[in-house]
Design a protein around this ligand. Sequence first.
Ligand code: SAM
Length: 352
Amino acid sequence: MNIAVPVHKAGALPAAERPAAPLTDPFGRNITYLRLSVTDRCDMRCVYCMSEDMNFLPKRDLLTFEELDRLCTAFISRGVGKIRITGGEPLVRRDIMRLFKNLARHIASGALTELTLTTNGSQLARHAKDLAAVGVRRINVSLDTLDPDKYRAITRWGDHAKTMAGIDAAQEAGHSVKINMVALKGINEDEIIPMLEWAHARGADMSLIEVMPLGAIEAGRAEQYLPLNIVKQRLAERFTLRELNYRTGGPARYVKIEETGGRLGFITPLTHNFCESCNRVRVTCTGTLFMCLGQEDAADLRTPLRASPTDELLHRALDAAIARKPKGHDFVIDASHSRAPAVARHMSVTGG
Ligand code: SAM
């Protein structure tokens, strides 16, 4: 399906000339949320995310900041209102604040309602104030344990104290912090309650995430996988859980824990997917568009981006790709699927 769009000067967003066509997929879902991975590199090697020996993309394959900006601007012109910068670890990309500073103009203009990021927190102490200054308001920090030794075991290379300092700095700079905790069977399941009490006591929301079968890792997925419906039942024995309509534009479904007064999100791609309301796409740092986290189909945006100084080819490529957005993913983790990932690429490539 090719939809005619007006010719755009690259990177410009002439409000009066916005293309009429929003990005709507064949199931009527509007794409309003872009997750952009700015690097596949990370300063940690979380055991469920990466293998210890990872091959990273040559730096020359990465989109430049100018190209990333142009891409984001094209998405915004088609109705994307929320952009999450991710990776790999987004804050390890050199001069990453340049991208945030440039994209901030879309917050100022009102075209973008939210510019945010997901980070492991290791570099947050350094960047928290600058991120607040450009208009980032909410930050997701990945943290799977409060125990420094376990943190080192899960992340392989991470330093718990640095991440905690990053969380402190983010809150001091005025960011609303959400802690993202991947629920890992037998590894951190005993910490779910202490973690949520800790997060809520410091005014942070928390989300639990089911481990997804993305990329080959050393462990079997079935060994790590802890279904969150079981966790929710256990929590309900201890706390009063009130279902909330609160949404942040992502896949989490929230409850309020009455005893702590805080929110707890459940991201449940395996036990209960919400594909029917999916509003998201992901772009990698090389400009590959994935219409679904859990499917292999992808579209190359780098070629149309580089082929022309205007955005017409890019918009055509977007239309063709969104017309192929699948209905949903079909993640399965059980004994027979434990070793073979549902998709070959790691989360660090697609962008979490
Ligand atoms: N480096 C950043 C961070 O740590 O938040 C951003 C990228 S990381 C890939 C984004 C999120 O994906 C993290 O919360 C991480 O825990 C989660 N993640 C990575 N691999 C996953 C998997 N296989 N299943 C579920 N969550 C995963």
